[in-house]
Write a protein that binds this ligand. Structure first.
Ligand SMILES: CC(C)(COP(=O)(O)OP(=O)(O)OC[C@H]1O[C@@H](n2cnc3c(N)ncnc32)[C@H](O)[C@@H]1OP(=O)(O)O)[C@@H](O)C(=O)NCCC(=O)NCCS
Length: 163
């Protein structure tokens, strides 16, 4: 007999092209200057680690995108649908991205965040990120541009076992 397991909520799985309508809809509601469907599609094609968080039934409630290259990882995007926030979903997605970065044995992980986004900044601090600088005029803003806060976390691999 084969047991058919229903996915338990919340479930994290790699993002697929078929997800992009839902992902782009969450994105459009989450940001004033959102990524387009095409940008997410490019991330998939580029092989960036792109994951979605789903509830039972398969509806997508959040996602995260991570690039990894040359021993460094970069959190490119993370968002949770507005009616699902404040319940640990953003932390779950970020934890998966951090696990992926560790799996790739990166030494350092970076992200940019708007200084006007205290919720995200608090989450990142809580996870162990530190502010390492600013990129002036990085983001489009309603009245001109906004700086980006650059945050990073060292992810040194464990010491090798003693011979
Ligand atoms: C940032 C975001 C992903 C957080 O997701 P979330 O599911 O709401 O966050 P969680 O419930 O996992 O909370 C994780 C931590 O975030 C912080 N946080 C969450 N909601 C908060 C709030 N209303 N006020 C202050 N801090 C808050 C807390 O540190 C919280 O940890 P705690 O619950 O132990 O206090 C979500 O708010 C979001 O999608 N925002 C719009 C898109 C965005 O700004 N993305 C980040 C771009 S850099």
């Amino acid at each position: 007999m084969v047991a058919v397991l229903k996915p338990t909520y919340p479930a994290l799985r790699p993002m697929r092209v078929e997800d992009l309508e839902q992902v782009a809809a969450i994105e459009a509601a989450a940001y004033e200057f959102p990524w387009t469907f095409g940008i997410f599609n490019d991330c998939l094609r580029a092989g960036y680690a792109s994951w979605v968080l789903t509830r039972t039934g398969g509806e997508i409630v959040g996602y995260g995108v991570l690039s990894v290259a040359a021993g460094e990882a970069h959190v490119l995007n993370v968002a949770v649908a507005a009616d699902e926030r404040g319940q640990g979903q953003g932390r779950r997605i970020m934890s998966r991205l951090l696990d992926l970065a560790r799996w790739h044995r990166v030494e350092r992980i970076f992200l940019e965040v708007r200084p006007s986004n205290p919720v995200a900044i608090r989450l990142y601090h809580d996870l162990g990120f530190n502010e390492i600088g600013r990129r002036p005029n990085y983001y489009p803003a309603r009245h001109g541009r906004e700086d980006a806060l650059v945050m990073a976390m060292e992810m040194l691999p464990p010491e090798p076992p003693l011979a």
